[in-house]
Write a protein that binds this ligand. Structure first.
Ligand code: ACM
Length: 544
């Protein structure tokens, strides 16, 4: 009997510890120790590896901001220096893992040790350490002793944000990057140009922002809507602001990939520079079932949602324009990739354009899909010549894939499978699992675009699609959630759509497939909801 009681005690002690330790995404391996360790203001962060100053500063800032006390950083890098009980050591460990960002974290009776395979790994070790801290911000910084060996499953762990339909402030973009970093994700896909607004300053083409960044009104409610706000809607980022964002992201080991949409979704650019259209003298068409505000003659920035016929003409004027735009974009974004869009480009205007038809003949192309492929391949050649790789939505498969392109599979998994079979890199963003503009409750209080993707659905996502051989699987770099903002007009709504689904996606992308367990995830989420509250974010609260 005493043995049984002892066993029960041990089990409940373990369960308590396990619940206390709620790390998201779940680490690859964790051994929970017995005691605890407390970090106090007299403790020091020691740098045993060079180049870890920013990591240390991040942790120092975090403790100051959340727990209100300063902790010193010892930059001397001398391993012989005395380490006091509760001190934190940042270092490098050699870890054999094909995806960058692996780390070891040990909380022992005397110190906290984080060893990363590189500075990114150290950063992720710090993110895990932060999750060991109490969610009660007034409590002592007492953490459990444990040993973690952790590593990311996928190399590409992304979040997208559409700032074309609705604009989000620099302040929120920084928060968005914080959310990405806190989830050990590493890519921010910034969708900067749309039919309803051009959002990036291009110095050579000032009208892109003096004209293209403003629409005269916006549809009210779900398309086709109940009217028009009749209020102009504007916003763009200056190049200086963008440089600040890129630096902010770099400091948090997040790469920012800009998207400049072509050849479709280009109404705002065409409103600014009508010569980019095959029919510069035709007025912009908009759905007659929607209400319009202001002048409707000439080229206009779109005021409602959907897909529009007036797209970039594949002319030398357009290519010169795009190359000049990309020259400025490349100077701002150090990312390996530039996203060039490529989705939802109707072919009507190319069909009725004598110029396009002659070009199809001259280049010996099959049809307008061939022309789209020609368009993308020309842009790819230019960007490759500048040392950049392109990503495009899966429509870039139609008419023939550009030789080095990475495909973003959004219309289900099919595009991803096809691209991987063609030995092209793939990023999976299939709507059913990772479109965070979809509803997550059977009945939502505010309008969403449609579709239903709840927490469990996101958690159930497996980024490697069925039907790929093991040699093809390696082309799947990872996955990304997309946040399209037709019906996301403000920050609380954006946060509500993100959370808690983003936490589920982080686990899909980081944790070993074998460790996935939705019930366990939900248990760990109880602490994560407290973290959300500490971050001051809005979220979809679970049913009680
Ligand atoms: C997309 O959702 N149109 C890529």
């Amino acid at each position: 009997m005493r043995k049984v009681l002892l066993l029960l005690c041990l089990i409940s002690f373990k369960a308590m510890d396990a619940q206390e330790i709620s790390i998201i995404p779940q680490p690859a391996s964790m051994i929970i120790g017995k005691g605890k360790l407390t970090i106090s203001p007299k403790n020091v962060i020691h740098l045993w590896g060079s180049g870890l100053e920013k990591n240390a500063a991040f942790l120092q800032d975090y403790i100051k901001k959340m727990y209100g006390f300063g902790i010193k950083i010892d930059q001397s890098q001398k391993k012989t220096k005395v380490v006091q009980k509760g001190d934190i050591v940042l270092n490098y460990d050699k870890i054999e893992h094909p995806v960058a960002g692996a780390y070891h974290l040990t909380v022992s009776s005397d110190k906290i040790y984080i060893g990363g395979d590189n500075a990114t790994g150290v950063f992720y070790g710090i993110q895990t350490l932060i999750q060991l801290f109490p969610t009660n911000l007034n409590a002592a910084l007492t953490i459990p002793q444990l040993t973690i060996a952790d590593q990311p499953r996928f190399a590409y762990r992304g979040m997208h944000l559409d700032v074309g339909r609705h604009f989000f402030s620099i302040n929120f973009i920084k928060k968005y990057i914080d959310f990405i970093a806190a989830h050990k994700m590493n890519t921010f896909h910034w969708h900067l140009t749309e039919d309803q607004g051009w959002r990036i300053e291009i110095k050579k083409y000032p009208k892109l922002t003096t004209i293209g960044a403003t629409r005269n009104g916006t549809t009210i409610g779900r398309y086709p809507g109940t009217g028009n706000t009749n209020v102009p809607y504007s916003g763009y980022y200056t190049q200086k602001e963008i440089k600040g964002i890129v630096q902010y992201a770099t400091d948090r080991f997040v790469e920012v990939i800009p998207e400049i949409e072509l050849p479709g979704h280009s109404s705002a650019a065409i409103a600014a520079y009508p010569a980019l259209s095959c029919f510069p003298n035709e007025s912009t068409k908009y759905p007659t079932k929607t209400a319009w505000n202001g002048p409707s003659e000439g080229k206009q920035v779109q005021q409602t949602w959907g897909v529009f016929e007036d797209v970039f003409c594949p002319s030398e004027t357009t290519f010169q324009f795009l190359e000049n735009v990309f020259d400025e974009v490349i100077a701002l974004f150090p990312s390996k990739y530039i996203h060039i869009g490529g989705d939802e480009c109707p072919k009507e205007s190319w069909k009725r354009s004598a110029f396009c038809q002659a070009l199809i003949k001259e280049k010996n192309l099959k049809d307008e899909h061939g022309l789209q492929s020609y368009f993308i391949q020309r842009i790819e050649r230019y960007l490759n010549s500048k040392g950049k790789q392109i990503i495009g939505w899966d429509e870039i498969l139609e008419g023939g894939l550009a030789p080095n392109a990475t495909v973003m599979s959004w219309r289900g998994e099919k595009g991803g499978i096809e691209a991987a079979k063609q030995q092209h890199n793939v990023i999976m963003t299939p709507g059913d699992w990772v479109y965070f503009d979809h509803a997550q409750n059977k009945k939502e209080d505010s309008v969403t675009i449609g579709g239903f993707t709840d927490l469990q659905k996101v958690y159930s996502y497996e980024p490697i699609p069925k039907g790929l051989s093991s040699s093809e699987e390696k082309y799947v770099l990872g996955a990304q959630a997309n946040l399209w903002t037709e019906y996301i007009t403000n920050v609380p709504k954006a946060e509500y759509m993100l959370f808690p689904r983003m936490s589920a996606l982080s686990e899909v992308l980081w944790s070993p497939k074998s460790s996935k367990n939705f019930t366990d995830f939900q248990n760990r989420m109880l602490k994560q909801y407290e973290r959300y509250a500490n971050w001051g974010v809005n979220y979809n609260k679970p049913a009680k």
